[in-house]
Design a protein around this ligand. Structure first.
Ligand code: SF4
Length: 712
């Protein structure tokens, strides 16, 4: 008997009746062949190896790839890939705003609309009135280079990435002090401090290595919250939010005053030591204990261990960076590493800043290599948003500071920004200063969202262009380590893990086609991402807007102007900042009206920033945002409170948690319902990096009962 396939049935009967006919005859449609493809999960920067099994156009199974670098590990987000790829909320076709509604249109109509509106903006305001903002999934992906290229071809310097909020303060502080960004050393025989970082949430694949450090009693945690890893650590220093710099300087003072630092390393490789030691004298244990809430006994105990057990390596997280003086706090922590001799020969091999040409002394190197295929777009005339007041952010990151977007739109400073293209970016749920940000986005002449989903930002857009997920298109699989110094040469384009869904396009194709619609096709002559990556790449020319950069000693171990670890930064002094890693308390300081400190944004177990809210398996575990408060605040779990700052007011459900610092309350980021961005500010910025101070916003809580709230 010939086996009838589903195709035969559809041929033999009207389509509407085919399924019923098959059922009545007892036939089962032939299962489509299962295909398994190896690839890389790109939901976060760990890039775990995965094996994806598909049946036709559907992902039916995901598992870890035992042969990959991550040896079969994947987390709940990797397993949720099918829910993301096949989510009913996916944007299926391009959408164009008609009044209050977004209506489906063809790709050519959508691209023609965007191109025409961008041309209008360029004619009226100049090309710099365009800002392009790219989000997490694309960080360090070759598409960032293509977006730089798109901006430059259009004539705008205003590419923004998550560097405006994440990691750049850390990297700048490392480079200003030791001449390069560098990774943590996770060997269990080294002392490791997790400082404002919670890798069991942010980097789960590395948790096993941290457990080994904890078992060896070499793990320390500095955090306002008693995290899971803090419970396992040799010491948990439960620091008051925003006082990390005082703690680092206090520990440095103890190391120096008790002669427990690596004097030989300091003599050969450190500059500014005497001035630093004098400054650290202002942080004796009693004062540091009062500032940080870490007791004198614990300070002295930890300093003794740091001074006697070899190099101390510090994994710094967003809890260090996202304060008003985050970069200087990072530098204080780097100084602490230097005093313990952490920058040894092994460290020198782990530097991450790409080397520049070695023609003698070289300009201060950017932290990320900037290369472009030929033909190179002409230099951009305008300076990026943020260049005037945050020049070092541009020097190290070569992009605009996105936290100044609202000011540029609403106040025209330094010039008006009138169009915003979001690429896998959702600032409404991820950026501070919610009310002002919404006003700015509503005031634009063009807002475009390129995303697989209709995000909170996309709902405000004039045009939404459906992007495929990372699994649906060719990917670039970086061989980490080898790729660090040479991203382009060591990247490999891999095949799609599942075919593209609906009418979604890969983001690179959207950029190419939009460029062609704008008449900029000469800069995007390729038919595929692979072709683009294979094109000859040359370094970007310095733009005319750039001022002369400080120069560094190219032959020394440390790529700073002195060739040493600079406890007094010559670059900071050249740019008018204090050279010492000065600590200042959170601004504005808590007072009687706002007695608490809001720590906003720590990652919840279920989510990665704003991702996965639509994945049922994950949303079921974390259905709504909650505010975690210490029992001493007098609330009960489940109560609703008003979280009040000078920037706004937000009602949230309380979870009472003794792990939280008594002076702090902790609210997650990334929610579009009850977004904590409504009570944070994009005006309180680090003066060096422009990072927002969202981990130490003063606040108060009001108990909500029958429309009235009473302060606690
Ligand atoms: S840790 Fe999870 S989200 Fe990150 S790459 Fe691995 S599987 Fe993906």
């Amino acid at each position: 008997v010939k086996k009838l396939t589903r195709r035969d049935l559809f041929k033999a009967a009207p389509i509407a009746g085919a399924a019923a006919a098959a059922g009545a005859l007892g036939f089962r449609p032939a299962a489509e062949a299962r295909v398994t493809t190896r690839g890389v999960c790109r939901f976060c920067l760990l890039h775990c190896g995965i094996e994806v099994t598909t049946e036709g156009s559907r992902v039916v199974r995901v598992q870890g790839d035992l042969q990959s670098r991550t040896r079969g590990f994947i987390c709940q987000h990797g397993y949720a890939l099918p829910e993301v790829v096949h989510a009913p909320e996916r944007v299926r076709t391009p959408l164009l705003r008609r009044g209050e509604r977004l209506v489906p249109v063809t790709w050519s109509d959508a691209l023609a609309f965007v191109a025409a509106r961008l041309e209008q903006v360029k004619q009226r305001w100049g090309p710099e009135a365009l800002m392009v903002q790219t989000g997490w999934p694309l960080v360090r992906h070759p598409l960032v280079g293509l977006l730089h290229r798109f901006c430059r071809a259009f004539g705008s310097p205003n590419l923004v990435s998550v560097a405006s909020l994440c990691e750049a303060s850390l990297r700048m502080g490392q480079a200003l002090t030791a001449g390069s960004k560098y990774p943590h050393d996770l060997q269990p025989d080294r002392t490791l401090v997790l400082w404002g970082a919670n890798p069991s949430r942010a980097a789960p694949a590395l948790t096993h290595a941290l457990h080994r450090s904890a078992e060896a009693r070499r793990l320390f945690v500095v955090d306002p919250t008693r995290t899971d890893l803090a419970r396992r650590a040799a010491e948990h220093l439960q620091v008051r939010p925003g006082s990390d710099g005082a703690l680092a300087l206090g520990l440095a003072h103890l190391l120096i005053s008790q002669a427990r630092y690596d004097a030989a390393f300091v003599a050969e490789h450190v500059s500014g030591f005497d001035a630093f030691a004098r400054y650290a004298e202002d942080f004796p244990p009693q004062r540091v204990a009062a500032l940080t809430s870490v007791g004198v006994e614990q300070l002295e105990r930890v300093a003794r261990r740091f001074g006697s057990e070899g190099p101390v390596h510090i994994w710094q997280g967003l809890g260090v960076e996202q304060h008003v003086h985050g970069v200087q706090t990072v530098r204080a922590l780097v100084a602490l590493e230097a005093l313990t001799g952490a920058f040894d020969e092994a460290w020198a091999k782990r530097q991450l800043t790409p080397p520049g040409p070695r023609f003698g002394d070289e300009p201060l190197p950017a932290l990320y290599r900037m290369a472009t295929p030929e033909p190179v777009p002409p230099p951009v005339k305008a300076k990026p948003v943020g260049y005037d007041e945050l020049p070092l952010f541009e020097v190290y990151n070569r992009e605009a500071q996105g936290n100044l977007f609202s000011r540029a739109v609403l106040e025209g400073k330094p010039y008006p920004v009138r169009a915003l293209v979001l690429v896998a970016s959702n600032p409404v749920t991820t950026a501070p200063g919610g009310a002002r940000l919404l006003e700015a986005m509503r005031g634009l002449e063009l807002l475009v969202s390129i995303d697989p989903f209709l995000t909170a930002s996309g709902r405000l857009a004039d045009v939404v262009l459906p992007a495929s997920t990372f699994a649906e298109g060719p990917m670039v699989d970086e061989e980490r380590g080898a790729a660090r110094r040479n991203d382009d040469a060591d990247t490999r384009v891999t095949q799609a893990l599942v075919q593209a869904q609906h009418d979604a396009w890969p983001d690179w194709k959207i950029v190419f086609e939009l460029s062609r619609a704008l008449g900029l096709g000469a800069y995007f002559p390729w038919a595929s991402l692979r072709e683009a990556l294979q094109a000859k790449h040359v370094p970007y020319m310095e733009d005319a807007a750039h001022q002369p950069r400080p120069r560094v000693a190219s032959s020394a171990r440390f790529s700073t102007p002195t060739g040493k670890v600079e406890l007094v930064s010559t670059v900071l002094e050249d740019f008018g900042y204090p050279g010492l890693p000065e600590w200042k308390p959170p601004e504005p300081a808590p007072n009687a009206e706002y007695p608490l400190l809001l720590v906003s944004g720590p990652r919840e177990a279920g989510f990665i920033n704003s991702q996965f809210r639509g994945a049922p398996s994950i949303r079921a575990k974390v259905p709504e945002p909650v505010l975690r408060v210490h029992p001493s605040r007098g609330f009960e779990s489940g109560a609703r409170v008003a979280l009040v700052t000078e920037h706004g007011r937000l009602e949230l459900k309380v979870v009472v948690d003794p792990a939280v610092h008594p002076d702090a309350v902790v609210a997650p980021g990334g929610w579009d319902v009850a977004s904590v961005n409504a009570v944070t500010s994009a005006e309180l910025l680090d003066p060096i990096s422009g990072f927002p101070a969202v981990r130490s916003t003063r606040c108060r809580l009001e108990a909500c009962r029958l429309e009235t709230c009473s302060q606690r």
